[in-house]
Design a protein around this ligand. Structure first.
Ligand code: OFO
Length: 168
């Protein structure tokens, strides 16, 4: 495996791992605050990011590359509001999309069409995750500071997320 591509895939392993830990911290914060629906949503997101990381680890090993299991910074653990939580979620997904686009760009530069092909799965996944994050943040912006709106958002978050994941 080309060493530049191997390094980029290891960076991507770290980004997915960091997102997984950040979403776990967000789930835990929501759990403490009594937002059970939001907590479940982020526990699930955390598991998904972990699965994205493992998929990369297995791929690098299959291609006889060397995987570096990364050391991570401690994720942010406290948030001022639900809005801030979901702003960070959207920002994180947009960053991951940029990183994936960068890997794809470098694959083309190095004519590594195999990795390029593998990364297409992540492109599709990111489209969906960004749409979900944007949709949820839009709803929270409509709700504003209304406490009963937050209650309903927490109750319905998984239905709202599913609707944004499969836009008509
Ligand atoms: Fe949503 O970050 Fe993984 O790919």
């Amino acid at each position: 495996m080309n060493t530049t591509i191997e390094k980029l895939l290891n960076d991507q392993i770290k980004f997915e791992a960091s997102a997984s830990m950040q979403y776990l911290a967000m789930a835990s914060w929501a759990d403490q605050k009594g937002y059970n629906g939001v907590a479940e949503f982020f526990y699930l997101q955390s598991e998904e990011e972990r699965a994205h990381m493992i998929k990369l680890v297995k791929f690098v090993n299959e291609r006889s590359g060397i995987v570096i299991v990364p050391q991570l910074d401690e994720p942010r653990a406290t948030f001022n509001s639900l809005n801030e939580l979901f702003e960070i979620f959207l920002e994180s997904e947009m960053n991951v999309t940029q990183q994936i686009n960068h890997v794809i760009y470098e694959c083309l530069q190095h004519k590594d069409y195999n990795v390029h092909n593998f990364m297409q799965w992540y492109v599709t996944e990111q489209l969906e995750e960004e749409a979900v994050a944007r949709g949820l943040l839009d709803k929270l912006n409509i709700i504003g500071d209304d406490k009963s709106g937050h209650y309903l958002f927490d109750r319905d978050i998984n239905t709202i997320a599913a609707a944004n994941a499969n836009p008509e």
